[in-house]
Design a protein around this ligand. Structure first.
Ligand code: MN
Length: 203
């Protein structure tokens, strides 16, 4: 099996005005496709990994052969991160989490408003390229973390529930250097039902 670019559940313009069509098209069809292609290239001749779930590969990066470790970390990570990113956004997003997830955010992160503030700080504070995440850690607590490049918290034993791409390619065409404006606008397209599903999967 080789890894494939996933289709989106919405059109490239569907997230306007928060994320513009050209950014979405370039991000999905060029950037993400390149991660997929380079991930497959790295795994060429390594059949045992081609058959694995991507989560299992990224959970055990250290066990990978030295000659493909970096390429898998960057490109497998890039594929996995973007797959989550597309999934947790929707033109019908926004609002607040409900149910168990809302309760858990209150308990572990001091409430939704505090969570949004801290998450934004993590996304702004990621120097250079990377991601900010809401994760469930190994003690079953919610936490906010950031990762550089295309690293994913799953490689450190944390389950990613929600992530924002803060590489400039994710926002520069519309927002230029204003990463904070992109983050503020992005909350309007977060699909909390999907994030709740991811949360409930692991409970
Ligand atoms: Mn990206």
């Amino acid at each position: 099996m080789t890894f494939k670019l996933p289709k989106l559940n919405y059109s490239h313009e569907a997230l306007e005005p928060h994320i513009d069509k050209l950014t979405m098209k370039t991000h999905h069809l060029k950037h993400h496709q390149t991660y997929v292609d380079n991930f497959n290239k790295a795994l060429d001749g390594h059949e045992e990994y081609q058959k694995m779930e991507i989560e299992d590969i990224l959970k055990s990066l250290e066990e990978l052969p030295e000659d493909i470790k970096t390429a898998v970390r960057n490109n497998g990570g890039g594929h996995y991160n973007h797959t989550i990113f597309w999934e947790i956004m929707s033109p019908n997003g926004g609002g607040k989490p409900k149910g168990e997830l809302a309760k858990k955010i209150d308990e572990d992160l001091g409430g939704f408003d505090k969570f949004k503030e801290d998450f934004k700080a993590a996304a702004l504070g990621q120097f250079g390229s990377g991601w900010a995440w809401l994760v469930l850690d190994s003690n079953n607590k919610l936490a906010i973390v950031s990762t550089p490049n295309q690293d994913n918290p799953i490689s450190e034993g944390k389950k990613p529930l929600l992530g924002i791409d803060v590489w400039e390619h994710a926002y520069y065409l519309k927002y230029k250097n204003k990463r904070a404006d992109y983050i503020d606008s992005w909350w309007n397209i977060v699909d909390w039902e999907k994030v709740s599903e991811r949360f409930n999967e692991v409970e």
